[in-house]
Design a protein around this ligand. Sequence first.
Ligand code: DLL
Length: 437
Amino acid sequence: MSHQYNPSVESMPAAQLQALQQDQLRQLVPHLYQAVPVYKHKFDQAGIDPFALQSLADLAQLPFTTKDDLRAAYPYAMFSAPTRDIVRVHASSGTTGSISVVGYTTKDIANWAECVARAIVAAGGTADDFLHVAYGYGLFTGGLGLHYGAELMGACVIPISGGNTKRQIQFLRDLMSTGGLACTPSYALLLAEEAAAQGVDLAALPLRFGIFGAEPWSENMRSQIEAQLGIDAYDIYGLSEIMGPGVAFECQAKDGLHINEDQFYVEVVDRETGECVQDGQYGELVFTTLAKQGSALLRYNTHDISRIVPGVCSCGRTHKRIERITGRSDDMIIVRGVNVYPSQIEQVLLGFTDRLAPQYQVVLTREAAMDAMEVRVELSPNFDFDEISALERLSIEVRTAIASVLSVSVKLSIVEPYSIARTEGKAVRLVDRRTAE
Ligand code: DLL
């Protein structure tokens, strides 16, 4: 059994966990009805008596809470505690530029730190470790989320934040006697690239584990990161509306992310009908925050696609697991009527890491009223040009592999090493240049 930060909660018998969730829900729903006008309106419109809600299953009668609800409530109209009790805000800005603000009470910050502490311990972190936190600090929840979790479980935080990649390598090399790295998976690869350019072998450092999230990544990308940095790489999931990082995290079994179920109730719903699906089926993740005070939400639809991993985990934790997020239903690209997720393309490209770098971009354009999709991927700096036909052969192989997973034709451009722009935060995998006509 792997080490747990809070075993009495993390390995709580399932029936007890469910009873705990039910009790929390019975208190939460009437409170939100009385404290948050948006919820009063939602219940009244749906004709639901918030005082009659008995079981977790009854939740499915309620309408979803959406990002639009939060935006319309900007800045504070959906706070569920008086503003004098709020001690911190975080905010997330969508691509459209509208912002949603989330408030935390002292207890919310403590609960959040505990969720993240569980994740760090699950990744093998101990009080003797350093944690190099290269997620951005600020309104984004990544930096401060990992920071408070690491302090709570007793590790020494290096709050380096994002940016200045050269200095990151120096700090990794000089400051850390043993420990972990926390950043986006794409930034972990950029750090590996920069280290190689400086002649630093990250795999030779006493770095043991990494806690990576905030964007989708694949099993192939895990292998890449683990090989280049010489670490075990673990997934951490979360979103600012629900808390930040630590809603769910991987343990050493690396077989799904345990949801912190004492704090969050999860449902998986069909993206067309909104109905709950059976455990094991894919759908959109919907969360209800059971313990939050500042910005409690009922049935928040994340639009993140995943499924419940069936069965129990070998680590001994009883909390349900979700599979790694494959993408967002609203990030899904529809190209000539065919649904495409950038992660499907990534999975293919990362099968060619002997010759391609793990850097790619999907570019959508419209040519003569038809959608066109171009996949741009970098050649590996180690590519061997000795054989004249090597590039051509690679291109045919990749094109065939893409065609076998997507039923839509794609233009493939294999571009020079280091020619695709890198980011310090979430990678930009999709560039949509289609204009509405
Ligand atoms: O990205 C919180 C976070 C910080 C999570 C650091 C993990 C580590 P937002 O900026 O609000 O919050 O973005 C949330 O990012 O709905 C997912 O679509 C995506 N996302 C987050 N974690 C993962 C992950 C943070 N592990 C949105 N895998 C979510 C795939 C993820 N997607």
